[in-house]
Design a protein. Structure first.
Length: 355
């Protein structure tokens, strides 16, 4: 049995069943054995591929988006260019390379990376060795004296969520318990005291609540309202509420989320409507969510791909085409992935959105 499963089983033996969020927290972020704490899960040889790893065009277009938004806001200097959960650091590297077109943007930008995993921090340090970046532990660690320009790709979907199951007319938290040497789901015996869930549902229905994501958005929105700036979120998600979306991926295949904690990535779909509501209540403007394909097409993905193709050999041309297809095809990442932006009250329109 893997060491983390043993650790989780002994916690359950001592404390009783744990919530799904506590389980995911250990599976992904246990300091010793957590999935993200150990190394590099991204890319063709890893467990899954994210958009920045699919094609450099993704980061280039997002870099241009930030330069444009910065220009439209009167070129504030200095400002914080922040990435939440940067993975390998590829997105930020591609953004900064593209931003060389506007040296003033780079001079004004102070790059901040929010990352939990020491192993990923050291990868990011290598990827971004030419940028003078700083690392922070949480959104509370963001400086408050300059505008914030925040980007997060596939960050929210990696935050632990709680699940609730409708049993005998009430919502019960879905817990993880021990069955011999295996882990299994079980509803908590007492109904949950959580008033955001609908009153009516069918037996067995599941709802997800990501209190950690709510906290990140609330903290960011309060900063944006005071400090000015914007935040761009790209993630796998729904426009509004949904059932059980917990998914484990190992070596590009779906896996059982409870079978080998620490060995597979665990994600849930982002509930964009819930996050948008929190931001709007704090008077922050919300644009989207819109499909990733719509966003990237309006930023000129086809023109950029054509430009790169002109200078490429046949092999590279094929790679460019596959990359673009993967990012925008509705069968791949094009519509499952959504883009949502937050911006401070009374700020100019954002490129790529009709809002
Ligand atoms: N954005 C990257 C990686 C996505 S994976 C890409 O698109 O390739 C999620 C990332 O978020 C990992 O780097 C993970 O370690 C980080 N992460 C998750 N929860 C975090 C938290 N609460 N604070 C900081 N980083 C976190």
């Amino acid at each position: 049995m893997n060491a983390l499963k043993e650790k989780i089983l002994s916690r359950i033996a001592a404390e009783g069943p744990i919530t799904l969020a506590q389980y995911v927290q250990m599976a992904l972020y246990d300091p010793e054995h957590g999935y993200y704490m150990k190394g590099d899960p991204f890319g063709a040889k890893g467990d899954f591929i994210t958009a920045p790893e699919v094609s450099q065009i993704f980061g280039e277009l997002i870099g241009l988006w930030f330069v444009q938004a910065w220009e439209d806001r009167g070129r504030p200097k200095p400002f914080h260019l922040v990435e939440l959960g940067p993975g390998r650091g590829t997105l930020m590297a591609d953004m900064l390379r593209t931003a060389r077109l506007r040296p003033e943007f780079l001079t004004a930008a102070e790059v901040l990376l929010m990352e939990t995993s020491p192993a990923l921090r050291s990868l990011q340090r290598q990827t971004l060795k030419d940028a003078s970046a700083h690392w922070i532990d949480s959104v509370a660690g963001l400086a408050d004296e300059a505008p914030l320009y925040v980007v997060a790709n596939e960050f929210l979907d990696a935050l632990p969520v709680r699940q609730f199951v409708f049993v005998d007319g009430r919502w019960h938290e879905r817990m993880v318990t021990a069955k011999g040497n295996e882990l299994a789901f079980v509803p908590a015996p007492d109904p949950a005291q959580i008033d955001t869930l609908p009153k009516h549902a069918s037996p067995g229905d599941v709802m997800e609540v990501s209190l950690i994501a709510h906290g990140v958005i609330a903290e960011l929105a309060s900063r944006l309202a005071l400090q000015s700036g914007l935040a761009l979120f790209i993630d796998y998600g729904h426009e509004s509420g949904h059932g059980d979306s917990l998914q484990a991926v190992k070596a590009h295949q779906y896996a059982d989320p409870l079978a080998e904690p620490g060995e597979a990535d665990l994600t849930t779909r982002v509930d964009f409507a819930a996050l948008a509501k929190i931001a709007r209540e704090m008077k922050v403007q919300v644009c989207g969510p819109i499909a990733q394909s719509t966003f990237l097409e309006s930023l000129g993905i086809h023109a950029r791909a054509e430009r790169l193709r002109r200078e490429a050999d046949a092999n590279t041309r094929a790679m460019i085409d596959t990359g673009v297809e993967r990012l925008i095809s509705p069968k791949q990442m094009g519509t499952l992935f959504k883009v949502m932006a937050l911006s401070s009250p009374d700020s100019p329109p954002l490129p790529g959105f009709k809002c």
